[in-house]
Write a protein that binds this ligand. Structure first.
Ligand code: UD1
Ligand code: CA
Length: 472
């Protein structure tokens, strides 16, 4: 169904200057992350998705870090405003209005600590407010336990009269279950006037943005819209953060499943906001995709894998409990179980890295195998190379890292150490247990181990001696 929305342009003001003392954390509250994205960035993204013409963010506490996050993510699409002292949400809006005299039209004010608001709700709020010609539109929601939130006070006719903060509630007001989730669409000129009338006569001695609602109810027109509280959790402490994160995590998993990604367990798949998983890929239980992963169709990520910034190409198979970061797994390649890919690993098509193998800054050519218990670091491995169990690339001399090159078709026997820098040329063969210190020519066999000697019948004599008996 076509949704019709009014065409008025509107701007967003996101409040993100508070310290967030209840988080008990040195990080500014709005920089705490859910699904790999800072709280404030979720809110800004929502405002932009909903169609805000401009997005102003009020910063203060930890402003350098907050600005850094926003600039790196949104560039010029956000404008910063400084609130020098955190004197309340009303004061924060005042700072935005004073910083920009040209700010007009409808203004949507959002709190930077409410990361679950859907863009559609914002659009509906703007739309409803415009159609009704309201000075102020707000969203309300009902909660079984409303503690902590501002309560919505209605008059006998059922119209919104004012908002009273939790700390300022009378006993009767405290029992009100309809709360203020904190999103408002206000006519700019009205907001400018109303903000100027705020006074700090409340429990916290602050300027409350919420007092603008009473001014609007007395002097103008207010409309309200019911929202679902699950969308509007405000994050004030670590518990709220965990609740919001788990709601978001579940939503991401459901969205992926709806678009055709196989999800073994909706309750335990953790996919960060910036990851892309194509339809036709599958994710096992307890899989974590962090940062900016890309998982192409047909790829399977099995139980318990933790992948950070990994590209998994088509039809690759990542077996259980693989841990990998900043690397690429090629088409049809197989990794795991229990493999560790460290940064700058590039696995070619149909290559294999098996159990208890660790890789770092290494390219593995098409069809090559590092199947068991090996360490390959600073390596360049060609196509069709087989690396036996327990092979070590000795890449570090205590001062510098050096490169090991294995050209196409090389065979490395088990328990080999390659002391880098070293090259094994095309098709060469390295015998098991060899310590390779010099380059191996094309097609050669390198072996460095003492010749084996067999002493016939010696085992029984040795056993007797060890037991303290005479030779038989
Ligand atoms: C606020 C509302 C409350 C509502 C709740 C919803 C007010 C007075 N109260 O309370 O009615 O139910 O949100 O989550 O508005 N901030 C600034 N500058 C300041 C103070 C705060 O930028 O001086 C920012 C904070 O960074 C935060 C947001 O405003 O992102 C909300 O502030 P917070 O202190 O969390 O307000 P609540 O007590 O949750
Ligand atoms: Ca809050």
């Amino acid at each position: 169904m076509m949704q019709t929305h009014s065409q008025t342009t509107w701007s967003a003001i996101v409040l993100a200057a508070g310290e967030g003392t209840r988080m008990k954390s040195s990080r500014p509250k709005v920089l705490h992350e859910i699904a790999g994205r800072a709280l404030v960035s979720w809110v800004v993204q929502t405002a932009l998705d909903a169609g805000a013409a401009r997005c102003l963010v009020v910063v203060g506490h930890g402003r350098d870090d907050v600005e850094g996050e926003l600039v790196s993510r949104f560039g010029e699409r956000v404008e910063m405003v400084l609130q020098p002292e955190q004197r309340g949400t009303g004061d924060a809006v005042r700072c935005a209005m004073e910083a920009d005299r040209a700010l007009e039209g409808r203004l949507v004010v959002l709190y930077g600590d409410c990361p679950l608001i859907p863009a559609g709700l914002l659009r509906d709020l703007v739309d409803r407010s415009d159609r009704a010609g309201a000075d102020l539109g707000l969203v309300t929601a009902t909660l079984v336990d409303p503690s902590g939130y501002g309560r919505i006070v209605r008059n006998g006719a059922g119209d919104v009269q004012r908002i009273v903060e939790d700390r300022d509630c009378s006993a009767a007001e405290r029992a009100i279950q309809e709360v203020n989730p904190g999103l408002y669409a206000v006519r700019g000129d009205f907001l400018r006037e109303a903000i100027a009338q705020l006074t700090p006569d409340n429990a916290q001695g602050q300027l409350y943005l919420t007092d603008v609602v009473e001014l609007a109810a007395n002097q103008g027109k207010v409309v309200d819209l019911r929202g679902d509280m699950a969308d509007m959790t405000g994050v004030n402490d670590q518990c709220d953060l965990a609740i919001a994160a788990s709601t978001r995590r579940r939503r991401i998993a459901e969205e992926l499943a709806r678009k055709g990604v196989g999800i073994a367990d909706l309750d335990t798949v953790y996919v960060d906001a910036e990851c892309e998983v194509e339809p036709g890929a599958t994710l096992g239980a307890n899989v974590h995709l962090r940062g900016r992963c890309v998982v192409r169709s047909g790829a399977r990520i099995d139980v318990g894998c933790v992948l950070t910034n990994i590209i998994v190409e088509k039809d690759a198979n990542v077996l259980p409990y693989t841990v990998a970061a900043d690397s690429t797994i090629g088409e049809g390649a197989q990794v795991g179980p229990f493999s560790h890919l460290r940064p700058q690993t590039q696995l070619g098509p149909r290559s294999k890295v098996g159990n208890f193998s660790e890789t770092k800054k290494t390219t593995v050519g098409e069809g090559s195998k590092v199947n068991h218990l090996s360490y390959v670091g600073n390596g360049v491995i060609g196509e069709g190379v087989n690396i036996g169990a327990g092979t070590i690339f000795c890449n570090y001399d205590g001062e510098q890292k050096h490169t090991t090159v294995l050209e196409d078709g090389v065979f490395i026997g088990s328990d080999t150490q390659l002391i880098a820098p070293v090259t094994v040329k095309k098709g060469a063969y390295v015998a098991s247990g060899t310590t390779v210190t010099r380059d191996v020519p094309e097609g050669a066999l390198a072996v460095s181990r003492p010749k084996q000697e067999n002493k016939e019948g010696y085992a029984a004599r040795l056993r007797a001696r060890l037991r303290g008996k005479k030779d038989p």
